[in-house]
Design a protein around this ligand. Sequence first.
Ligand code: MN
Ligand code: MN
Length: 478
Amino acid sequence: MIDIKTGQPADADILVIPVLAERVIAAGSEHVPDLDSLSSLMDSHDFTGKTGESLFVQLPRGPTEELLLVGLGDEADTEALRRAAAVAARKTKTYRVVATTMHDVGIDSSVDAVVVGTLLGLYSFDEYKSKPKESRVAALVLVGGDVAVSEIADAVIVADAVSLARDLINRPAWDKPPAAIADIALGLSADVSVKVYDKTGIEEAGFGGLIAVNLGADRPARMVVMTYSPQDADKTVVFVGKGIVFDSGGLSIKPASGMEAMKTDMAGAAAVMAAVKAIAELKLSVNVVGITPLTENLTGGSALKPGDVMRAYNGKTIEVLNTDAEGRLVLADGLALGIESEPDLIIDIATLTGACKVALGNSIAGLFASTDEAAAIVAAAAESAGEKVWRLPLEPEYRSLIESDIADMKNTAGRWGGAITAALILAEFVGDTPWVHLDIAGPGRSEKSEHYISTGGTGFGVRTLIEVARSLESRHDS
Ligand code: MN
Ligand code: MN
């Protein structure tokens, strides 16, 4: 736990100062005793203030003995600030108390950006290290500006939620059977009521997609429904997260290298759990239902076979020609269950298709939407969270590609446009409810650590879902 508070540079071991391109100090120049010599130091070290740059400076006299300059680039926008805060956090993790003026650059949400960037920059997953490398940082001191304690507290809730999602994603599949994830959901927050469907409950409810995918696994599936309903809320949003705890591909088995990262195939479910927890802790005035179908996709003796037909919760049938296209089967149940709450908006989030990763790369999620308004709400939320999304089409002409000879649809339509045909299958389960599908196969996990992203699960989507809830929140004037 890092203590984050307001204070003075004298309280700290090092002071972080943000610098814009052209070596313009963005905030905190009054704490630098000799600006001329600082300027020539930047010059001699080729430090220009570009994004990602940093420079340690020893001060002969001043409020602290050391400064760290961090570059913000041409313009101090919120995302540049988040990233620079994370760069600073990584650089200063051997200090006990770090002061910063980064939040005082005069842009919106700057306290949130600095706190979230700092805490996520310091994130590491070391549950399985015998000797974890601990950060020494005990406190972050925000110097200057007009900082409300509640702004700091809210930002910590958001950063903790992303860290929770990362922990869940990074945990090995062995240690997160569906029942264990359901137990974590039960303990998320006193303000969230949780219903867990066990094996019998799933069969009685008729979650046929979840049953089908779970056939090849020994450990039973769970369907988890988390509900947060504050007294004064008008709007309701439903989140559905794909929770494939491990995806071997089933009998349509993946090559060995394609399986290495497959403990992360529950990143959507992790994002939903973390977002619901944060929204409850932030006490946002909006009803939220989080749904996570959880199972492994394995190859046991009873495994789902290509050619099998399953019947989803809403009665529609899907012919399964490729058992590695399993996410859409469990999401079909989750979405069909979710619209029963008659929400104003339903959003699913899933590491769904390699095709989306081919289309948009590792940093951008595919966004599909049934209405322009729903797309706009989620795109705006993602923008303010600093999470990149790009809208792809629900092309009606491609519907014919998922027609089956013997069922209502088939679960795969071949290689081309695979992200779109997957979304078209999901569209069969949302009725007329305004719906957005986020395909996070790319940004849900990362192979490198940079700024506030670390290797493994990224927690992508947590902040977007929280921002969606913020944008739907009722404002009751009293
Ligand atoms: Mn798969
Ligand atoms: Mn999968």
